[in-house]
Every structure is written in structure tokens, then in C-alpha cells.
Unconditional design. Sequence first.
Length: 353
Amino acid sequence: MDSQLYPLVIEPKETPAIWGGDALVTRFGKPGDPSAKIGESWECWDENRIANGAYAGKTLADVRGILGADLMGNLDATRIFPILTKIIDARDWLSVQVHPDDAYAERVEHQQNGKTECWYILHADPGAELVLGWNRDTSRAEYERRVGDGTLGEILRRVPVHAGEAYYLPAGSLHAIGAGIILFETQQASDLTYRIFDWNRTGSDGKPRELHVQKAADVLDYARGTRGAVEQVTYRDDGMECTAIIADRRFSVSKLVAGSDPGSLATEGRPLIVMALDRPLQLDAGGTPVTLAAYQTAIVPAAAQWCSVSAGGGDDAAFMLVTPPAHPENRAIHMLAGGVDQERIDRFMSQFS
């Protein structure tokens, strides 16, 4: 095995936000000033730097250019790494917003990706809520009128949330993360956010942040919101407990639990994104062992083919696994092999169709 195909530990990038807090530094061990308001830690992003091994100091984009298909597998190595993962600490409400789909992003913004995303809730204060869609059917005309007269909040749908839940947000979904929520976000690699309402706040410059009312109107889904927490499915896979969370055609998200005996992950022709949760995690690919600290992220190159995973500190260690699948049905194959009945598999997969 090529010794250059080792688990690439990623240096996170912290971003300040008026709605952020100190948890990313004090609880999740990210570098930064605990007195500052830090809203996001970008865990896997094309411009993040590698922290270990031969590629230390290079960005993921640099390594993508060097390794090509060895890193990216059946994905286009000349294009931006297609997935961005984050930890978000919301001490106050984020803006009410929406993201465009791929077609609108390409036609209007001249960018290759729109933005479908999902959230896995790591922590939620009692009573914490999300905005997920409208509380009834509406229309572009009503939306524009209510933005103008300040009554948009009357038709926002609020959903209570709890730790361990997951939410799927296809492009076009109206949404906002509420105060008291810390979550793990997986999204298409895109910065296209159309802000609709920002709770009458001002930015760091003392001025209201820009709104994108008309572009949002172009892409919003105006039907009554019905999405709630995703129905997750737990089964055994390659010696580990695996909980399937998301199986979108753009990315797959799972939570796994590794024990002291190594389990294995197959790359299946694409890179794997692994983030340890609250305990250290041992990875070994290409004959190079790497220990991830709690909430640290690594990428396993596609050409490594396999990665062994075990708990780094003796006790079981949970971790998030994100992959850019070529075919979402690969998830169904794993679930069937793990003993999940076909009816339940179909019900799970239908959440993302």
C-alpha cells in the first residue's frame, strides 16, 4: 500500500458570528479565543490544511491536485472537494434563510454547487427549536408582502429539537437554527445562502446584514412544511454498530461506534470523512496509524481501499462518517446485509428521494 495514502488529519477553520458562543473552544477543543463569539468550526473544507504526515501544511485542494483520483476516487479531482462539514454553536438564532439548488446556482450565480444540507444535533437546551418551512401553504406574493410588512414570523414553522436527532434540508427548504443548539452539519461545498430575515440585528459594523429577498423568492418551496427528524436505522456493519442517518445522492451520513477490536471501513471508490465524537479514535490506512482526538476530523483517500477503526482509549468510541456516494443505493445494500428488512430500508431511503 502506498504510504502516501494515509488518513489526512484536517486543521479546522473557526469563523466568528454574532450568534456564536464559546463552546467550540471550551467544549470541543478548537483553537481560538474563548471570549470571542465563534459560530462555526469548518472541519472538512477544500481550503483547510492538513495537519500530519507528508502533506502537512498543504491544503486539501493542494492534495487533491497532487493525488488526483488516489484521493478522490470516482469523483472529479479537478473540481472543489464536494462536501463541507462543520460544527455549529448557536447561542442565538441564526438568520431565516434558504439555499438554491444546483441548476439555479449554475445559471444565476455561476457556481457549480447549490446547497443541500443536513444537521445532526449534538446538544440542545431545553425548549430549543428550529425553523423548518412554513406552518401552512403560502405563495411568493404572500412571502414578499410579509417580508415588507414585518409579519413573516407569523407563518414560520417551529420544530422542537433534541440531542441525537437529525434533519434533512434539501435545497429550497426555509430554515433557521435556534438558540441553544450545537450541531454537526454536512452540506454541499457552497457558500450560497439567501438571508430572508435576521431578527432585526446588526452586524459587527453596526449595520443590518444584507438580505436576499428576491433570490430567495426564486428558490423557496412554498408548500407547508412537513419534515421533522429523520427516521434513523441502526444495524451491524463490518464489526461496528452503524446508524444510518442520511442517504442523499450528494452525501451519506452515518454514526458508528468502534470498540477495542478494530472494525473496518471500505472506501468503495470515494474518500471517507471521519470525525471522532467525544472519545479518541484510532484510524489505520496505508499502514499508517493515526489517533484522532475528540471532535477531530480526518479524510481517508479513496485509493487506500480500507481503513481500520478502533477506540483510542479503551472504551467504545462513536464517530461520524460522511461519504460522497456515487449511488445512494449502496447504503441500502449495507443495511440489507446488516439484517434490516426491506420495508424499513425503503421507508428510510424514501426520506431523501
